[in-house]
Design a protein around this ligand. Structure first.
Ligand SMILES: *Cc1c(COP(=O)(O)O)cnc(C)c1O
Length: 388
């Protein structure tokens, strides 16, 4: 069987290899602790589950959903944006329901990218920006996220000719995997760069609500001119522990939303309406669960950051996300070698930075998706492992 060129261009999926290594360790009887995946370990709040159960019994929800999402879901998303960011959206034209934001991110290049067009995206970053570009026949071009720039892309470093060929630009703050945050000044620079070069901005914002110490992440759309040049992808996955439910939405420029909608109309038939109703409950119902979960993640963050620093690693407390991003200790050849060694010696899984792109080399990502006791166990084991 011969796969298409586009499939062959997709880089090997590092996470599948890590899964195999984990399986092997487990089969040897090792108690593996995985801090590898960005998937909340806390269940979805009860009120959201109850709403799904009720909505699932309604026969109106058993039929094909409307392509753009239920009017009521889009209105709930628009209201939430108004309340949270003071951004006004026309729920009819500027909001589109997604089957998880990954779906929209993967599909949007199909709407705007012709073969050979450049798509700019941050590296290290969520792998879907690159793969979605490849599947659309576009040319992925990395914007390095360097520590000395606060893990923000440097638009001044992008060649003029490349910028002129770019159709789309993906950014993501609060950031996965670096946990960096961006302010409105950076978003304004992004708008200016997009205007100068005729680029559509796609801001991926699934961690906007996962923030600590009083930090509140801004929306890209809060900045003047942002809606003229781009859209923001939002997800209920991380905010409400709903990764398995597959529900998110895109908001912003009506023409961009309409282009993405056209692809979706022809590929999928929308999210299950009962899940959309549960999404309405998430966005409009009581929000106390968010602060409760943030307390849990913040406690884990503090335990883990303090513990790792005591062991001689240099880890900063992130203001947002549930990731720690830090340099591998001296003496290791690569991120992959460190991650392998960690798994081999301690049964602990962290993700090598190169899983997110070549500029992730030298770093490792630790997801705080295990209870505090397990994190303490991780620290004990790492202490025994010692430093190279
Ligand atoms: C988790 C995540 C997403 C995708 O979330 P969905 O479950 O598809 O809504 C998108 N971008 C980043 C950076 C993520 O970490």
């Amino acid at each position: 069987m011969e796969y298409s060129d586009r499939i062959r261009q997709i880089p090997p999926y590092l996470f599948a290899e890590i899964d195999r290594a984990i399986e092997k360790k487990r089969s040897e009887g090792v108690d593996v602790i995985s801090l590898g995946i960005g998937d909340p370990d806390i269940p979805t709040p009860e009120n959201i589950i109850d709403r799904l159960c009720k909505a699932a019994h309604d026969p109106r929800n058993h039929r094909y959903p409307s392509y753009a999402g239920m009017t009521s879901f889009r209105e709930a998303a628009a209201k939430w944006y108004k309340k949270r960011f003071n951004v006004t959206l026309d729920s009819g034209k500027e909001v589109l329901a997604l089957i998880g934001s990954k779906e929209g991110i993967a599909h949007i290049p199909l709407a705007f990218v012709n073969p050979g067009d450049v798509v700019l995206f941050s590296d290290p970053g969520y792998p879907v920006y690159r793969v979605g570009t490849i599947l659309a026949g576009g040319k992925p071009v990395e914007m390095p996220l360097l520590e000395e720039n606060g893990f923000l892309p440097d638009y001044g470093a992008i060649e003029r000719a490349t910028a002129k060929k770019a159709k789309l630009l993906f950014i993501n703050y609060p950031n996965n995997p670096t946990a960096a945050v961006a302010d409105k000044k950076f978003f304004k620079e992004t708008v200016d760069f997009a205007v100068d070069n005729g680029i559509i901005v796609c801001h991926d914002a699934p961690y906007s609500e996962m923030a600590y110490d009083g930090y509140k992440a801004p929306s890209f759309l809060e900045v003047a001119g942002a809606k003229d040049v781009g859209v923001e992808f939002h997800s209920l996955s991380k905010t409400y522990n709903m990764t398995g439910w597959r529900i998110g939405f895109a908001v912003g420029n009506p023409e961009v939303i309409s282009g993405l909608g056209k692809i979706k109309e022809n590929v999928d038939s929308g999210a299950f309406q009962a899940v959309q109703e549960a999404g309405i409950e998430a966005l409009s119902g009581p929000q106390d669960s968010i602060s409760e979960h943030l307390r849990v993640f913040q406690e884990r963050r503090d335990v883990m950051v303090d513990g790792l620093n005591e062991l001689g690693y240099a880890v900063k407390k992130p203001k947002a996300t549930f990731y720690l991003w830090f340099r591998i200790p001296k003496g290791y050849k690569s991120s992959a070698q460190f991650a392998e060694c960690l798994l081999e010696k301690t049964g602990v899984v962290m993700t090598p930075g190169t899983g997110f792109g070549k500029y992730g080399e030298g770093y490792v990502r630790c997801a705080l998706t295990q209870p505090r006791e397990r994190l303490e166990e991780v620290l004990q084991r790492m202490k025994r492992m010692g430093n190279k």
